[in-house]
Design a protein around this ligand. Structure first.
Ligand SMILES: Cc1cc2nc3c(=O)[nH]c(=O)nc-3n(C[C@H](O)[C@H](O)[C@H](O)COP(=O)(O)O)c2cc1C
Length: 392
């Protein structure tokens, strides 16, 4: 699916020169005491903490978003939806390798604030898609608090036309898209853009990035989210936090969010403290790990990040499954939840056994059986709590 790739094994935490000297607990408490940049909740009501759930194609549907929110996530971004998919109501693009239309529909009253992300190849179509998204705001809880333009996705071009991160090689075309979308969206609705630090490591790529980055703010974009990898890198190798830090230093008045190599809750505060970004996008680090958001809020309150008990893991898995069934239908939910189950297993005292159990699942009944077998209720769960805490 779309922007996804090599996402199975979290590598060691990101290290940029000097990161190791930062105490994430101290940084979190300081950030907690200072509070979020006051512009964030003005732009997006409810955006009250300096982190959010990223768009994650194939994962971040309403079910994953709601579970994240119940664990303290203050804002979510949808996965990138191709403008043409949106305008066709999903028809004719069912096999597009990007977001499915139903994954980008807000999941009701609880699924806010929500930023809707779009991506495409043509300014007019992108503008129409942005306008169509905003039209949904007329219905209660069905709309978006902001529109994000994806200029970051590394998936190849379609029909020789640029889209996503491939626009970073064609800054004038990218700027045309940004302009068209900004003009199509009513001025009281913020627009933002997701970028990578360049198409590759060449000086020309950096110049192109800066050209688009500057133009975005000049056009009235409220913030940029910058992924510190290049398009060429896809998801391999480190996200360059030094790039983010320099960008923030050179642009002290602009709202800049950071992305890349946020695997553990500590990384949220290491990135904030090291780079100075105003908010951190949590991506692969929150798949099967909604507790990262609760832990981040705890750390901001000066509390240690607590690992989830087995009972909490069971509750989250069950809630995620039930939500996924209502969003995706039973058959698709079974498939989706297999990959989530594998990721949730990382918190279990016997992760390999749990992973094996979820990998073998083919239907809802088997999924529930795996859950019952490995996440017991009652007294057994109480014993499991001890295991989980001991392991942590
Ligand atoms: C499976 C997968 C799907 C993704 N889908 C999107 C997407 O739809 N929109 C987007 O802006 N970024 C997408 N990304 C990029 C992430 O939001 C994030 O920028 C990237 O994974 C770097 O952060 P990380 O190293 O902490 O995971 C995706 C990444 C992965 C691994």
């Amino acid at each position: 699916m779309g922007c996804q790739s090599n996402n199975a094994t979290p590598p060691a935490p990101a290290i940029a020169p000097g990161v190791e000297s930062i105490d994430p607990f101290r940084a979190a408490a300081e950030i907690g005491a200072r509070g979020v940049d006051p512009r964030l909740p003005v732009l997006v009501p409810g955006f009250d903490a300096p982190f959010f759930q990223a768009g994650l194609a194939g994962y971040s549907d309403a079910a994953m978003r709601l579970v994240a929110r119940r664990h303290g996530c203050p804002m979510c971004v949808t996965e990138a939806l191709l403008d043409r998919t949106l305008l066709s109501g999903g028809r004719g693009f069912a096999r597009a390798d990007l977001g499915e239309i139903h994954d980008n529909v807000p999941g009701g009253r609880e699924d806010h604030p929500l930023v809707g992300q779009i991506m495409g190849s043509d300014p007019e179509t992108m503008a129409d898609a942005a306008a169509a998204m905003i039209e949904r705001n007329a219905q209660e809880h069905a709309g978006f608090e902001a529109i994000d333009v994806n200029l970051a996705c590394p998936v190849r071009k379609i029909a020789r036309k640029a889209r996503g991160g491939h626009w970073l090689r064609e800054p004038e075309g990218a700027i045309d898209i940004l302009r068209a979308v900004r003009e199509a969206v009513p001025s009281h609705i913020p627009t933002s853009v997701k970028l990578r630090r360049g198409s590759d490591d060449s000086p020309e790529a950096e110049r192109n990035f800066l050209r688009i980055f500057d133009a975005a703010y000049d056009l009235g974009y409220a913030w940029t989210t910058v992924h510190g990898r290049t398009v060429e890198q896809k998801y391999v190798g480190p996200s360059r936090w030094t790039f983010l830090r320099d960008l923030v230093r050179r642009n002290p008045d602009r709202l800049i969010f950071g992305s890349g190599d946020v695997w553990r809750v500590e990384d949220v505060f290491l990135m904030l403290a090291y780079t100075g970004v105003h908010a951190v996008s949590v991506a692969r680090g929150c798949i099967g790990n909604p507790w990262v958001f609760r832990q981040a809020r705890d750390m901001m309150a000066g509390l240690p990040p607590r690992p989830p008990t087995l009972a909490e893991q069971r509750d989250a898995l069950r809630a995620h499954f039930e939500l996924s069934v209502s969003v995706n239908g039973e058959q698709a939910a079974g498939k989706m939840m297999r990959k989530f189950g594998i990721r949730f297993a990382q918190h279990h005292p016997r992760p390999e056994d749990v992973k094996r159990a979820f990998i073998g699942v083919t239907c809802t009944e088997e999924w529930m059986r795996a859950l019952d077998a490995h996440y017991p209720t009652g007294d057994e769960a109480a014993a499991g709590v001890v295991h989980a805490v001991e392991r942590a």
